[in-house]
Design a protein around this ligand. Structure first.
Ligand code: ME8
Length: 732
């Protein structure tokens, strides 16, 4: 192991709703980086966690009818559970409601107060609850960041003297000491800084769900204050390492972070507030709060920054779904669990992936690889990228099933068949004599060997620059090259020949392909940790984790693949996925309100006035007595026209309907046969809930639910809309 350390962090995610694939994206990138740096032999630490204080969480908990801590516990656990299902290798999971964090944040606040960087003032301004920030707009106007209406807050507040750090921050960013990537984000931060910095309000007294301002500051204020949620949250990156506690050995080993990964919307918090808090900890800046802070020469800040500021903040773009940013407040999220549940069952021999934890975990790890690959291959890191189930399946089939998986399967199957499962001995020689095909395949084999080192020199730096999509594109090029080489060599034909030279070429072609697979597998390991473990074992090379830990994947040498190596147990790696899986995932994306994962008893909601079977009504989750507008927005209701209505044999109560939604037709089964004849229904414009999970009744699938009003078992009256309401339009 080298002396180098590597510390990578993700943002800590709010617990106001369950995780979605946007959160998984950042966490996956951090995991890929952590795995890569571990295999480079660096002592690596990877931190993630949850952000649990603030008004937003307090309100979400109130809407769910539970105490904020209960709410935070439940949602935080859903993040931890998901990362475990996905095989994420974080070293720590920090929660801002943990006592270790709270105490250290109070220590941070008290230190800055003592240094004269925090003082008490009165402030009136517009506050955006969603972003948890004061914004510079007039009363009643909306937030320039997220567009939501702001609230006027007038508070006695503790202020942090952010304005004192404008110059030092500009210098540190311009000199590259605090690296911000990509370039566009760096420019955005610099132009914001150059526009001037106002002091920052860092406490709140209008609500109580936060870390109390500690003494002696607390006694100076008339009211009780909690620490501003962003100061609380940003501090996690050091509180998790033991900053401000009796054991700060991790802090001394790993801080400053090598890279802090964030989504682009929170770059300012990480590149302005966060480094300013850290610069203010410099004891040489101590002053009385009534005085102006001393101006230190740039070298002094630079020396402090070397020890205290993150080396780099890197922002990625947004995952878009249906054209807009995937977010819980917009209600257009895709849950990672959907992908795990849909792709998992495709995993052949899942117990191989997870000998210790069983087949279910194997399913999850397999599916997690699929999502990891897609996100890194599909989206140029730093840019926004669209997510769709169709694109996921297309990419999976093209690159993983038909590409990598197929190459591994066919090569190893031939080695098993023609060489009794033992890696053959090559005879690389250029001279093909009079036979042009032989000359060509020998030249191709030799070129692959000659290029073995150069490919690695070309591909590895792409990873270092976070150009994951180019990196994976290069790996796929390597796979195609080996595929083409195999097709040109046609070992299955050579195997039929008794010619001595053909026998040699048969051995060489399979040996060279095995080398290509070995190289592709080493390249892919940080991105596809589970599939590559399987391929490596099938190649007869044992545990890829061990190889990674011993630094053997850093740079491969041709001579390290020994002829005579006995292959492991063979089996498919990535079977082809059926296109129907996309519809399955779409159907699985039924809304789950945050409240539905809270186990505290809540008032059951009135039964939904829907005209389906009693069984279906009983399956409705109980809801809290009030739901937020965001929760309501998750229910997709559309205008539909009934195109087909018919009775179902031997089912007195059910009708089978086919409804037209404009861009699609759906089958819906509805328990209204006692009250409506099929004839009177055809042509009616009704309202359908379109994003319910499908249900099977009488062997038929139902993809949605009609809205109707009814009283205790009485006739359901179908909710209708005027004929001019466009088919497919959404009810909001
Ligand atoms: O902002 N595309 O938490 P958060 C890509 N608690 N990434 C996305 C995404 C999307 N559509 N949606 C979310 C917070 N993310 C604060 C952070 S850190 C001290 C405090 C990812 O739950 C991305 O990393 O809103 C983004 O920055 C983060 O989740 C925001 O998560």
């Amino acid at each position: 192991m080298s002396d180098r350390t590597f510390y990578v962090t993700t943002p800590i995610y709010y617990v106001n709703a369950r995780p979605h694939i946007g959160h998984a994206y950042t966490t996956i990138v951090a995991d890929v980086l952590a795995r890569r740096h571990r295999l480079l032999g660096e002592k690596t630490y990877f931190l993630t966690g949850t952000d649990e204080h603030g008004q937003k969480i307090e309100r979400s908990a109130a809407a769910a009818g539970v105490a904020p801590q209960t709410f935070a516990d439940q949602v935080s656990r859903s993040f931890e559970d998901l990362w475990r299902r996905m095989g994420i290798t974080h070293n720590d999971f920090i929660r801002t409601t943990s006592s270790r964090h709270k105490e250290a944040v109070q220590h941070l606040f008290a230190t800055l107060y003592e240094r004269g960087f925090i003082e008490l003032r009165t402030y009136t301004g517009q506050y955006c609850v969603s972003d948890e920030a004061f914004v510079e707009v007039g009363p009643g106007e909306s937030c320039p960041e997220c567009g939501r209406i702001t609230e006027t807050l007038s508070e006695e507040n503790f202020f942090f003297k952010l304005s004192a750090f404008q110059r030092p921050l500009i210098d540190l960013i311009e000199s590259g000491q605090l690296a911000i990537t990509p370039e566009t984000r760096r420019n955005e931060v610099l132009s914001f800084l150059k526009g001037g910095l106002k002091d920052l309000s860092i406490s709140r007294s209008s609500f109580s769900w936060g870390i109390p301002v500690p003494e002696p500051a607390a006694s100076a204020a008339a009211q009780k204050h909690v620490i501003y949620v962003w100061m609380d949250a940003l501090a996690n990156y050091i509180t998790a390492l033991g900053y401000g506690s009796s054991d700060d050995s991790l802090f001394r080993t790993f801080w400053p972070a090598n890279v802090q990964l964030v989504g682009k919307e929170i770059i300012r918090f990480h590149c302005i507030y966060w480094p300013a808090f850290l610069l203010a900890l410099n004891p040489r800046l101590q002053h009385k709060s009534s005085e102006e802070p001393p101006v230190l020469p740039a070298e002094e800040h630079s020396a402090w920054a070397r020890e205290w500021l993150p080396k780099a903040v890197t922002a990625h773009g947004w995952l878009l779904f249906e054209e807009s940013k995937m977010s819980k407040s917009r209600g257009n999220i895709v849950r990672t669990e959907t992908i795990l549940d849909a792709f998992g069952p495709l995993c052949p021999q899942p117990e191989m992936e997870s000998a210790a934890l069983g087949a279910q975990h194997g399913h999850d790890l397999f599916a997690s690889d699929v999502l990891r690959y897609f996100l890194l291959r599909e989206i140029p890191f730093g840019q926004d990228g669209s997510f769709s189930f169709d694109a996921l399946i297309t990419r999976y089939n093209a690159d993983l099933a038909n590409g990598y998986g197929n190459l591994v399967s066919r090569t190893l199957a031939m080695i098993a068949q023609y060489f009794e499962g033992s890696i053959p001995s090559p005879s690389l020689e250029r001279n093909g004599g009079q036979d042009p095909a032989r000359t060509e395949r020998r030249a191709m084999a030799e070129a692959i060997r000659d290029d073995f080192q150069a490919i690695q020199e070309r591909v590895h730096p792409l990873f270092g620059r976070y150009a994951f999509h180019e990196y994976l594109l290069e790996v796929m090029r390597l796979i195609s090259r080996i595929d083409n080489f195999l097709s040109a060599s046609a070992p299955w034909k050579l195997a039929k020949s008794s010619d001595e030279e053909d026998r040699k070429d048969l051995a060489t072609s399979l040996f060279v392909s095995a080398q290509g697979i070995r190289l592709a597998t080493a390249f892919l390991h940080p991105v596809l940790p589970f599939a590559t473990a399987r391929a490596w074992a099938q190649l007869g090379l044992g545990s890829i984790e061990d190889a990674a830990a011993q630094g053997e994947l850093k740079l491969l040498h041709w001579a390290d693949l020994k002829p005579g190596t006995q292959l492991g147990v063979l089996g498919a790696i990535f079977p082809r996925a059926n296109k129907g899986l996309a519809q399955k995932m779409t159907d699985m994306e039924s809304p789950i309100a945050p409240a539905s994962i809270v186990s505290t008893p809540v008032e059951p909601a009135p039964a939904p006035v829907a005209a389906n079977t009693a069984e279906q009504a009983a399956a409705q989750p109980t809801a809290p007595s009030s739901i937020s507008i965001d929760d309501f927005a998750k229910i997709e209701m559309r205008v539909a026209q009934i195109a087909v209505a018919e009775r179902i044999p031997k089912a007195d109560k059910l009708l089978r309907l086919v409804v037209d939604l404009g861009n699609e037709r759906r089958q819906i089964l509805s328990g209204i046969a006692e009250w409506y004849t099929p004839e009177e229904l055809i042509g009616r414009r009704i309202i359908v809930i379109t994003n319910l999970a499908p249900r099977k009744m009488r062997g038929l699938e139902s993809y949605g639910m009609l809205l109707a009003a009814s009283q205790d078992g009485g006739k359901p009256y179908l909710a209708t809309v005027p004929d001019e309401a466009p088919i497919g339009s959404r009810l909001k």
